[in-house]
Design a protein around this ligand. Structure first.
Ligand SMILES: Cc1cc2nc3c(=O)[nH]c(=O)nc-3n(C[C@H](O)[C@H](O)[C@H](O)COP(=O)(O)O)c2cc1C
Length: 218
């Protein structure tokens, strides 16, 4: 079983569709976890989890620990907010702390990272891989990321006039003066980018192969 973590709060956004595609096309059973529909608090730093391998907080993370430990593989999907993994994803990663104590619970387990950003998805993909590998000793099979070039300023309603938003900062004054309309073509779908679709398919295949090579469960 694969546990697929969708960290994006946007229903059916690029990230959710990419994570689902990667999980589904492995051919293995998978469960999607939509972090934005859950209530998961940050780590309290109490370290009580060191003795029990479980967090004392009775929130929506509690039932996930057994699933994470039992899963053949974990897919982690962040979106990029302010140059970092967004809060839902970061909080989830932080709350994995109970699984890294005297008897590490996920050491050597398989993982993959799927990330969507405006233009910084590569950076955040690397940071999430680092988190999984260096703090939890997951074996990260691979990753895929998509830079959608779609800032929130395209949907807020003020994108073409706001002096503080992304377009005003990225564009030259001449370009911004001519930026009078936000059109549907400015919203990119990963499905229209063959290299991203192939990247998802390659990751699915690599994950399926790695799962097939796991020792049989007793
Ligand atoms: C509050 C906020 C901050 C963002 N900051 C960044 C950023 O710093 N760098 C970046 O590459 N993209 C940034 N983005 C763009 C998102 O990563 C982008 O919208 C992404 O396509 C979301 O994917 P989704 O549609 O699957 O949710 C930001 C979006 C929001 C809403």
């Amino acid at each position: 079983m694969i546990l697929a973590i969708n960290g994006s709060p946007k229903p059916q956004g690029n990230l959710q569709r990419m994570v689902e595609k990667v999980a589904r096309e492995t051919g293995h059973d998978y469960e999607m976890v939509h972090l934005a529909k859950m209530r998961i608090n940050p780590c309290l730093g109490c370290v009580k989890c060191a003795a029990t391998f479980r967090c004392i907080q009775p929130d929506d993370m509690a039932p996930l620990y057994d699933k994470i430990v039992a899963a053949d593989a974990l897919i982690v999907g962040p979106v990029v907010y302010f140059g970092k993994a967004n809060g839902f994803t970061h909080t989830f990663l932080e709350r994995l702390f109970p699984l890294r104590h005297v008897e590490p619970q996920v050491m050597g387990k398989l993982a993959a990272v799927v990330c969507v950003g405006g233009d910084e998805a590569a950076k955040v993909t690397g940071e999430v891989i680092y988190h999984l590998e260096s703090y939890f000793e997951y074996k990260v099979v691979g990753s895929v990321y998509f830079n959608s070039a779609t800032p929130p300023c395209f949907i807020c309603g003020f994108g073409t006039t706001c002096q503080y938003g992304g377009p005003a900062r990225w564009m030259s004054p001449e370009e911004f003066a001519n930026f009078t309309e936000i059109t549907p073509e400015m919203f990119q779908n990963f499905e229209d980018h063959p290299e991203i679709v192939q990247g998802c398919e390659r990751l699915s295949a690599d994950l399926a192969q790695a799962i097939a090579a796991l020792p049989a469960k007793k």
